[in-house]
Each structure stands twice: as structure tokens, then as C-alpha cells.
Design a protein around this ligand. Structure first.
Ligand code: AMP
Length: 112
């Protein structure tokens, strides 16, 4: 379901632009607008979940199942880090569940 006030829902709907690298009927992957690493992608479910704690295991399993191939095809063949910020204490700023995919270089510990 779409949340009309959600920036990632607007990207999914094509209402605002993003540099998309992968899309299917359940998920979208696009480049972070303020990259914290040489490769910084965001994987989002097409359904709107504000938080990881609202998402179901099926969609998480689906996304994690596809991320290795998407990362490898986008310059993360040397490895990558996945990050989910859940809620205010973690610094979540966009309240549409997203998985950060960071790589393309040796990553410092405190990147995000
Ligand atoms: P978080 O702090 O985990 O909520 O991460 C939100 C991420 O979304 C940040 O890394 C932002 O740079 C990124 N972001 C915000 N707006 C956009 C946008 N329009 N297109 C791509 N990335 C975005």
C-alpha cells in the first residue's frame, strides 16, 4: 500500500526521480542520493512499511534473497555491508523500511 507522504513511495510510483538499479514487482533498488560509500544502494519493498518491526518475514526473505546478486552486479564484488536503521535511536530518517547496501571499497567500521 502507498503512503502519499512518503518519499520512497513517491520514488516507487515514479513521481520523483531516482537512479534505479533493480526493480521487480516486490522491490526496488536505487542509489542513495547522499552516498556514504563508493557504492551506496537502498533496497526498498514496494509495500509501505515504516519500520523493520512492521514488515513481514516473507518480504524480508525475498529482499535478502536477491541482494547478493544485485550487489555483485553493481560493483560490490569485493564485499558489502547491509544496514537497517530501525527507529529514532538508530538515526532512521526516512520512514519507509530500507536496506542500505554499502560497498565498492574497504569500508570503515563507523560508516553509517
Ligand atoms: P536512514 O537514515 O536509514 O533512514 O536512511 C535514509 C537514506 O535515504 C539516507 O542515506 C538518505 O541519503 C537517503 N535518501 C533520502 N532521500 C532520498 C532520495 N530522494 N533518493 C535517494 N536517497 C534518498
Amino acid at each position: 500500500m502507498k503512503d502519499n507522504n512518503c518519499i520512497f513511495c513517491k520514488i516507487i510510483a515514479g513521481e520523483i526521480p531516482a537512479a534505479k538499479v533493480y526493480e521487480d514487482d516486490k522491490m526496488l533498488v536505487f542509489r542513495d542520493i547522499e552516498p556514504k560509500a563508493k557504492v551506496h544502494l537502498l533496497a526498498v519493498p514496494k509495500s509501505h512499511f515504516k519500520l523493520l518491526s512492521e514488515a513481514d518475514g516473507e518480504i524480508m526473505s525475498y529482499m535478502f534473497g536477491r541482494i547478493p546478486q544485485i550487489a555483485a552486479q553493481n560493483g560490490c564484488d569485493g564485499g558489502y555491508r547491509l544496514v537497517i536503521n530501525q527507529g529514532d535511536d538508530a538515526g532512521q530518517t526516512v520512514f519507509h523500511l530500507h536496506i542500505h547496501i554499502l560497498g565498492g571499497e574497504k569500508l570503515p567500521i563507523d560508516i553509517i
